[in-house]
Design a protein around this ligand. Structure first.
Ligand code: C2E
Ligand code: CA
Ligand code: CA
Length: 270
């Protein structure tokens, strides 16, 4: 593209600096979005498997595309950058405030789940912060569920454990998200005293065709039941999967078979 009769020397460093620039620009976009109302929330239902009645909603964040108005950027694109730049902490706080305000305004909404990045585990002040926020808005703590995503960031089990204990002490319900992925799931189950396990969609979407997934989900559900924990399956995409989960004894389900995330979830409409 520079024209004929020219050459360039390739150096690995140049590549790296380019990726730093790319990351900086994502960081700027995220900072800009945080400053200028650039995020929005969509909500998806989690339903009781037994009768398909609504158990609670999950809040899922989206970024408004500043370059093309009306378009949204999905979390798969910006969350990884938010994690590497540390901005995820501020995004999660923005979501927390939005959801607590909504719960405060709409006392008839049973409960809403938010996602908190594992990066927050080394923020020992967060559970106390959540507790004060809930109290100041007169929202009962049990109406807030906190889903913790197990990422590579969970390097220190003791930090995670301390964080979860403090969170549960505030009265919020704690859920281990994406359960079953990563190497340390079983260590997690033994050490982290969560109330809810959300089994990763990886094991759910191929349930009808993958015997290993079925064995895994059955084992997980049986174990969770013995430990007194609630189980949720995500990525429930069709009736066949739903019926299998019902037979396996899962407590709650989430997925396109029931509804898709939307800005105006039917249960939020008056
Ligand atoms: P997640 O917490 O595991 O959320 C479930 C994702 O699966 C959502 O994607 C949802 O739209 C999608 N999904 C739900 N049902 C189905 C289904 O039946 N089939 C398929 N194929 N997909 C389904 P989404 O909204 O794109 O979010 C992706 C991830 O981004 C979330 O995964 C979560 O890890 C992260 N995320 C979203 N919002 C936040 C947030 O506020 N804070 C943090 N830290 N992470 C967030
Ligand atoms: Ca989640
Ligand atoms: Ca997941």
């Amino acid at each position: 593209s520079a024209g004929k009769s020219t050459w360039r020397l390739y150096r690995r460093e140049a590549d790296q600096s380019r990726s730093v620039i790319a990351r900086l620009s994502w960081k700027d976009r995220i900072l800009d979005a945080l400053k200028h109302d650039g995020f929005e929330l969509h909500f998806q239902g989690i339903y009781h498997a037994a009768d398909k009645s609504l158990a609670h909603l999950e809040a899922l964040v989206r970024m408004k595309d500043a370059q093309s108005p009306g378009e949204i950027i999905m979390p798969g694109q910006f969350i990884p950058h938010a994690e590497t730049t540390g901005k995820i902490i501020e995004i999660d706080r923005w979501v927390l405030h939005q959801v607590v305000d909504l719960l405060s305004l709409r006392q008839e909404i049973p409960s809403i789940a938010i996602n908190i990045s594992g990066r927050s585990f080394d923020e020992p002040g967060l559970p106390e912060y959540i507790s004060r926020l809930l109290a100041s808005r007169q929202v009962e703590p049990r109406r807030l569920l906190v889903e913790l995503t197990e990422t590579a960031a969970v390097s220190d089990m003791r930090d995670a454990q301390r964080f979860i204990d403090a969170l549960r002490a505030t009265g919020c319900t704690v859920c281990l998200d994406d359960f079953g992925t990563g190497f340390s799931s079983f260590a997690y189950l033994k050490q982290l005293k969560a109330d809810v396990l959300k089994i990763d969609g990886l094991f759910i979407r191929d349930l009808p065709v993958n015997h290993d997934s079925e064995v895994f989900v059955r084992g997980m559900v049986a174990m969770a039941r013995d430990m007194g924990k609630i189980t949720i399956a995500e990525f429930v995409e069709n009736e066949e999967i739903f019926n299998m989960l019902l037979e396996i004894g899962i407590d709650q389900v989430q997925g396109y078979y029931l509804d898709r995330p939307s800005r105006e979830h039917p249960s939020l409409m008056r």
